[in-house]
Design a protein around this ligand. Sequence first.
Ligand code: ADP
Ligand code: MG
Length: 730
Amino acid sequence: MASLRFNAVEEAYKKQALQPTVPEELTSEYYGKYVFGDTAMSKYLSKDTYKALKGVIRKGDALTKSIADEVAAGMKMWAISLGATHYTHWFQPLTGGTAEKHDSFIEYEGAPGGKIIEEFTGKMLIQAEPDASSFPNGGIRSTFEARGYTAWDPASPAFVKGNTLCIPTIFISYTGESLDYKAPLLKSLRAVNEAAVAVCNYFDTKVKHVTTYLGWEQEYFLVDDGLFAVRPDLVLTGRTLLGHESAKLQQLEDHYFGGIPSRVAAFMEELEYEGYKYGIPLKTCHNEVAPNQFELAPIYGEANLAVDQNLLIMSIMKRIARKHGFRVLLHEKPFKGINGSGKHCNWSLGTDTGVGLYTPGKTPKENLQFITFIVNTLMAVHKNDRLLKAAIMTATNAHRLGANEAPPAIISAFLGSQISAILEKIENAKDSEEIVMDAKHALKLGIAHIPELMQDNTDRNRTSPFAFTGNRFEFRAVGSIANCSPALIVLNTAVAQQLKQFKADVDALIKKGETKDKAIFTIIKKYIKACKAIHFDGNGYSKEWEKEAAKRGLDCEKSTPKVYDAYLKKESIKMFEEMGVMTERELKARNEVKWETYSKKIAIESRVLGNMAKNHIIPVALRYQSELIDNVIKMKELFGDKAQTLCKTTISQIESISKCIDEIKTDIEKMVAAREKADKLSTEEAKANAYHDDVEPFFDVIRASADELEFIVDNEIWPLPKYRELLFIR
Ligand code: ADP
Ligand code: MG
């Protein structure tokens, strides 16, 4: 038994870095090669079709059958030139990850049995009906109407993966409800665009479009694939359910920005290369705080595309990692006692006139606009703090929130000293005329004197879940394995609603005879007061903050399934419906899926933990205990009564082992009983709550006993690779 582990460790240490297959060409030569982007489109489409497609993408022009047919023909030629033989609608069901159903291009040219040709028409491009009745839908598709359709999203370019042309699509039901993440994301982008343009027009009537930008930062762990294979918990749940902490973890912080081991460096080089071929503008690859933890981040881009690219890179990572003898762990908390992984979502809005709405400007007009957007964002976050949390909380991300490393389970917003000072001045000004920051910066704009702001806001607060970082907000609570969309959907919808409210409030004052600037200023001032509670620049990890946040009335709920109810609050339903993002029926269905997924994840972990404790841990503990008992018996033969004293520590070890085994056995029994009870509950919500309240608490207890055994039992016979073996790649 021991040999499995030792062989794996030995093999892992023998492995050499692979030579990455990266060509000598300049990156710009192969960048975007596998994507049907501008270069491919201008080569494979006629000028008119290209222009028409651009109109569809940029302006939302109608997509006619003839355009679709011509695009499909060009796309097919391009894909075949790259070796594609199949095509698939690539979509994002609520399971997480992506789904695809591959169809070959081949068709009979005439009668069946005749000549075969490659066919791909506009109809095949635009719509498909995957046999997708097994995807979670929360009851929206009852079996008699179990049809789901995928529909092309022209805004995200098609790409070739292996032998398959992948077409990004939304996934909707027969009756038009969204069954995926992309459809509501697109709706939320439209909502925030409309609301933001209306507000921008106060400052600049030329603004016609506002784009949402996303720059994700993907954290992940790598483990050797041989070691991974002998850890059932990693294989089945993506995290270690057992394992005593290693003597050295991240105390020395020597991994952060440290030298990257050569095996990992080779993996990263190839990953970057692959990413570039898919037009993913990867910018940084580096070590993270924990041993074996790394980060990957692109240059930010349009949010819909950035989400797709993140999903694509997650699947590419897995493939490249295998090639280099690794497994990627995208789980938020694969190891106890060291940092988990997140996916910071850097979020901002920008106009078609080239202005970043969260970038401090040079002129007072730009700065009043900047402050307007900052304050409205704060308001949106304040009104929807529980909902934002519901968007990022999952069974896996729950391990990270609240630990001393990641965003706390309380949503607050960090602004930094400069912006905070300005808001304070605005808030306390009796009359807006009085706002003069200092002589040098006293710029005039009618009534609002807002100083020139520093572009480089150097304030950094790593403990805030939602931090302003100079030209964007950084939503840090998103989980590493998550699709970014749920977080963006809530954020966009909340900001859209808030901006609409702002416009209504300002217009009301203007109607009463107020000048535009004064009206804007008055409303901003009111808002700053109203959302003060959400603004917190201090240490988000401290115990004092938990108390203070509760006093401020912020949401402090830590239970994942409970937090999900935020989606079904009256105000939330109203907001999603009014902004045209999701209907009550869709929201309810999604919550069913969330609760069900939660229960299933905990149920799987509970089973795996039970099995490992019973099949891996207890047998070796008993074996070792027998050895100790043999030893005591032999000592007695040799030393008689004196043995009792001589064997004192051995006997106490024997007792400890018995105690641990007993505890594990009884706790497993209790856990199984709790599971059975939970499974009998009639609603998904009740089940999820029972799994959270009654099943999950056993994990730590069982682990504590098992980890104690790891400490006692002979290293030679311990079956599972230990933390020190998993975590330090050479
Ligand atoms: P840090 O670790 O300090 O947060 P990184 O460089 O790792 O910084 O990541 C910053 C991320 O933020 C990158 O993906 C970057 O492209 C993105 N980003 C920068 N400016 C903006 C912006 N205005 N809007 C959205 N994302 C942005
Ligand atoms: Mg960051």
